[in-house]
Design a protein around this ligand. Structure first.
Ligand code: SAH
Length: 420
């Protein structure tokens, strides 16, 4: 324990290693329970008006049907796909290859507006951009676009809010507003690609960015992607579809989950080898029950077994995410226990991505001290588990992992923006 530990801490067990475990309580936070006394989790999406059906919600065959319903020959579907997925436009005026008569109706029927931009914040000299979007029903979501050397990553939201109630995550504390549609997820990518094509990401004086687009997608924005399984999978299919979609590589897409085991098993059987990430944050159930309320349903070992099975089936190395929280989960013995549990399931199937906790409003938890982070990483590496500290982007604009939440200020800004 250190001198700087917040005063409201409660001490718990002294471990065999002699290192004390300190449990800083969150200001005003105690785990919410449902009627049966279990940790509160929201799996079902609250009923709200559905977003309009969009090209990206449909299979290629359904798109052709819809075009015919609108009185046009089926091949027009392919033209719309090209405009939307290749030229990143939903603007009928730009689609001069479509007949003027009926063009507006066709575009309104298949490419209805889904996201209205409320606000855009930039940092890292324009290499990181956070978007605040308003959905058709006023719900607010965010996405974060990041340029790295050799790749461009977009962090997308899959739900407005989140029902998983993790205490250290701002989104989790705000609860679930609703599931996003597949097209609302895809539209975040298309809008980002449009901005990149228009030269809006990074230093505009630099040349040589022609033809660039998002190369990597991480489902690490708002929401629990596997709690919105069907729509997220439809969005993934569109992302990877080379003929009728965006045509990205599956390995560039990372699906991150708190550990919904049945959904992980379902994902394992899909024929799309996305990169899989498990937000573990603790190797022992005692602590994980507190940090990740869904651990009340599926325990550490079950989640790890499901992650290993994902590797066995797909050959894709799994990521374990671990937010390092000072005096909470950053003990050396926990690094050892994590290594032990991972090694018990085999070698070469997993790597660990610790990330220093990003601050969230109202929480007194802070990130681990640099020496403690280094020791945690060192122990895992020494045990043969490849481990790299994750680079955090966008902290200054509240765009980093766990910081995405619609603030009152966002809400006020959104109220002034009419939905298209
Ligand atoms: N619901 C999914 C994806 C969204 S969060 C999931 O939990 O995996 C993406 C990652 O950010 C998760 O690993 C999550 O645990 C982590 N995260 C949440 N809050 C954080 C915070 N305050 N600091 C650092 N990482 C955080």
């Amino acid at each position: 324990m250190t001198e700087t530990t917040p005063v409201r801490s409660t001490l718990s067990a002294v471990r065999t290693t002699g290192s004390r475990q300190v449990r800083p309580a969150t200001e005003g936070w105690s785990q919410q329970k449902d009627e049966s006394g279990r940790p509160l989790l929201q799996f079902a999406s609250p009923k709200r008006g559905k977003p309009p059906v969009h090209l990206a919600d449909l299979t290629p065959e359904q798109r052709v049907e819809k075009v015919k319903e609108l009185g046009m020959p089926g091949f027009r579907a392919k033209q719309l796909e090209k405009h939307y997925f290749t030229h990143f436009t939903s603007d009928a005026a730009e689609m001069t290859d479509l007949p003027a008569a009926g063009r507006d109706e066709l575009v309104a029927g298949l490419l209805p507006p889904l996201l209205t931009e409320v606000r855009r914040l930039e940092t890292d000299r324009g290499d990181t951009i956070k978007f605040l979007w308003k959905l058709h029903d006023g719900a607010l979501v965010e996405s974060v676009l990041m340029r790295y050397t050799g790749r461009i990553t977009l962090c997308v939201s899959s739900q407005a809010g989140c029902g998983m109630n993790c205490p250290f995550c701002a989104t989790g504390q705000a609860g679930l507003t609703r599931n996003m549609s597949a097209a609302e997820i895809i539209e975040q990518v298309v809008r980002a690609n449009r901005l990149i094509a228009d030269g809006g990401l990074g230093d505009p004086r630099k040349v040589g960015h022609e033809g660039e687009r998002v190369t990597n997608i991480v489902f690490m924005g708002m929401g629990e992607p596997l709690a919105n399984y069907a729509r997220v999978m439809q969005a993934v299919r569109v992302m990877v579809d080379k003929q009728h979609g965006i045509g990205m590589s599956a390995r560039g897409i990372t699906v991150s989950t708190v550990g919904l085991v049945p959904a992980i098993q379902k994902l394992t059987k899909e024929d799309i080898p996305v990169t899989f990430a498990l937000s573990l944050h603790a190797p022992d159930d005692q602590l994980r029950d507190e940090l990740i309320p869904v651990n009340s349903r599926w325990k550490v070992d079950e989640a790890l077994d499901a992650a290993k099975a994902y590797f066995d089936e797909t050959g894709r190395r799994v990521s374990i995410e671990y937010a390092l929280i000072k005096d909470m989960n950053d003990h050396a013995w926990r690094a050892d226990l994590l290594a032990e549990k991972l090694n018990a399931r085999g070698r070469g199937w997993v790597h660990v991505n610790p990330i220093p906790l990003n601050p969230t409003p109202g929480s007194i938890w802070t990130s681990s001290e640099p020496e403690v982070q280094d020791e945690f990483v060192r122990r895992l590496n020494e045990a043969g588990i490849p481990t790299t500290l994750r680079d955090t982007r966008g902290k200054e604009i509240d765009g980093a992992c766990g910081q995405l939440v619609a603030t009152e200020d966002d809400q006020r800004a959104a109220d002034t923006v009419p939905v298209d």
